[in-house]
Design a binder for this molecule. Structure first.
Ligand SMILES: Cc1cc2nc3c(=O)[nH]c(=O)nc-3n(C[C@H](O)[C@H](O)[C@H](O)COP(=O)(O)OP(=O)(O)OC[C@H]3O[C@@H](n4cnc5c(N)ncnc54)[C@H](O)[C@@H]3O)c2cc1C
Length: 545
């Protein structure tokens, strides 16, 4: 990606201002949210091979308590199956969609929003109805205004001032505007030609889809002559935001899917956007609002702090061995079946005799590392000129994705303390040429203060008083946050379709990867990670009779 010099000067000014000066000793902080040591102990074989101290029986075991595992638990309950356990490595359920608090203020630790789902995501629509977020009023579906993102939703700090929306507009030339128009027309044409749905498996794998899947998005854009720096920055930002990696690393299918599966791409002057489809649901604690409600009915069937070590399909059922962090013992669960709601690279290690499709997925999937920093401010920030403070606030040309304000949804207008959540993907991008593995190493090795300084350097540009107002920064690290939809995922390993053509399969069987008494459900099986993909797959796995 090429950044024009004058665009970059604004972004780097804060970094220069901080260079050479020691970071403020008044900002406390550290790492939180993920028990890296527990995950690594599992990776290094702790507890494996130990004889179980106890054997228990249940009808179904769910391994992994992220969105997919929680959706599977809900589906079992809907089917009248109450005899199950859900084993989760961390001390609470929710996976990448958990919430936390800094100085008593709720904030997201990971996922923070859910776009209003379209009709292809009817399982998610049903959940939202059950939670009272969606209801029929005079024959039309309406969402609860309190949970829809309040206006103003997004702004961009570009060329020294804030502008509405994230597409760079301030002072851009006619060539840039023409390229915005051209990209919009291409998205529109592809949307009609190929169909893009969420969840993605509900659209057919047509030759157009497979051709898009075969090459990097950046290569496709180059061939289309879409080279404008502002357009390319914006598209790279979108890919890093949804996939954790830049346009050179995700497939053209993923790049187009981002727009075509939802609201399209609307250049300035195009008012054809469907406001309802562009709306998003959000909460101070992010999607933790949803996962807490999914976990609440489980009671002691949710076994947090239980690390799954082994899943085996044996003669008369399944055996699942889990290490209980509290008692430091291995417990064996015997069950009729197991829903493996774990990332594919972990599932491939715990499932005994992993099936070929699992080995293949684990070998091909690349994961983007991520970091989320929640920064407590004791008062409201000063602002640069332009658009008003929004929910999502992005600074052009920076490595981070900007910040969301945890108090944006509050109905109390009094200026007071808040928490800003700063998102920083570490997957491959045009910024420093680092691979995902190098990003992961940096994530693990760098002290928390290095991330504090990077955050302050980026966000001090639009907010010069940030250092004085910040009191604490809590950082959550995700080594393998999400699968990157790299070129070839759909065609080469057929993530979204069964690998064999075993006669007529029902819709459910086609989507849920099964192996004997094991069903696999996780966003990884979509090749990219969003709530709707994780939830639908978990729901379908839980609904298998
Ligand atoms: C920083 C970040 C921001 C995101 N933002 C959004 C967003 O705003 N909107 C959105 O839709 N999506 C977002 N996502 C994507 C998010 O990953 C999905 O929405 C969804 O939460 C994925 O759920 P999952 O169940 O597939 O996976 P996971 O969340 O990965 O769940 C897997 C679970 O398995 C557990 N586990 C792992 N190993 C073991 C073991 N050996 N034993 C027991 N348990 C184990 C894990 O602890 C975890 O709880 C974001 C992701 C990240 C990382």
């Amino acid at each position: 990606m090429t950044l024009r010099r004058r665009d970059f000067i604004g972004a780097s000014a804060g970094a220069l201002a901080l260079a050479g000066c020691e970071s403020s000793p008044t900002i406390d902080g550290g790492f939180t949210g993920i028990d890296v040591a527990r995950g690594h102990a599992w990776r290094d074989g702790a507890g494996r091979g130990a004889a179980p101290a106890e054997t228990r029986r249940t009808r179904v075991v769910i391994a992994g308590g992220g969105v997919a595992g929680l959706a599977a638990a809900r589906a079992l309950r809907l089917a009248g199956i109450e005899d199950f356990v859900l084993l989760e490595l961390e001390d609470g359920a929710g996976g990448n969609a958990r919430g936390g608090r800094v100085h008593g203020i709720a904030c997201p630790l990971g996922a923070h929003y859910l776009p209003v789902p379209g009709d292809h995501a009817h399982e998610v629509q049903d959940l939202l109805e059950e939670l009272g977020l969606r209801r029929r009023v005079a024959g039309r579906w309406e969402y609860d205004e309190r949970h829809l993102c309040h206006s103003p939703q997004e702004r961009l700090f570009f060329r020294g001032e804030w502008q509405d929306g994230l597409l760079p507009l301030h002072g851009v030339g006619a060539d840039t505007l023409a390229q915005y128009q051209r990209f919009a027309r291409r998205v529109d044409a592809l949307q009609r030609e190929a169909h893009f749905t969420i969840p993605a498996f509900r659209a057919p794998l047509t030759p157009t889809v497979l051709a898009l899947d075969a090459e990097p998005f950046a290569t496709w854009l180059d061939r289309e002559g879409l080279s404008d720096p502002q357009l390319r920055w914006y598209l790279d930002y979108c890919c890093r935001d949804d996939y954790g990696a830049g346009t050179a690393h995700v497939s053209a299918w993923a790049g187009i899917h981002y727009f075509a599966s939802r609201h399209g791409f609307h250049p300035p002057g195009d008012d054809s956007g469907d406001g309802e489809r562009e709306a998003v649901l959000t909460w101070p604690e992010g999607n933790g609002w949803l996962t807490q409600r999914l976990a609440a009915p489980l009671g002691d069937r949710l076994r947090a702090g239980h690390v799954v070590l082994r899943v085996a399909d044996v003669r008369h059922g399944v055996e699942v061995d889990a290490w209980d962090a509290a008692t430091r013992r291995v417990v064996r669960w015997e069950a009729e079946r197991c829903i493996v709601a774990l990332p594919a690279f972990i599932a491939a290690r715990v499932v005994e005799g992993p099936p070929a499709f699992l080995r293949q997925a684990a070998a091909h999937l690349q994961y983007a590392p991520w970091l989320v920093a929640n920064m407590h401010l004791r008062g409201p920030l000063q602002d640069r000129p332009g658009a008003a403070p929004s929910w999502d606030n992005v600074v052009y040309g920076t490595r981070g994705l900007g910040y969301v304000d945890a108090r944006h949804q509050t109905l109390d207008p009094t200026p007071r303390a808040t928490v800003l959540s700063w998102y920083r993907p570490l997957g491959p991008s045009g910024f420093d040429g680092a691979t995902a593995a190098e990003g992961r190493r940096r994530l693990l090795d760098a002290p928390w203060s290095a991330w504090r300084d990077e955050l302050l350097a980026e966000l001090s540009v639009p907010h010069p008083d940030l250092r004085e107002l910040a009191t604490r920064i809590d950082i959550t690290r995700y080594g393998h946050a999400m699968a990157i939809p790299t070129p070839g995922l759909l065609s080469q390993i057929g993530l979204q379709r069964p690998s064999s053509g075993r006669g007529q399969l029902s819709n459910q069987e086609q989507i849920v990867r099964s192996h004997g008494r094991l069903q696999f459900a996780h966003a990884d099986w979509a090749g990219y990670s969003i709530f709707e993909e994780a939830f639908t797959r978990g729901h379908l796995a839980g609904s298998v009779a």
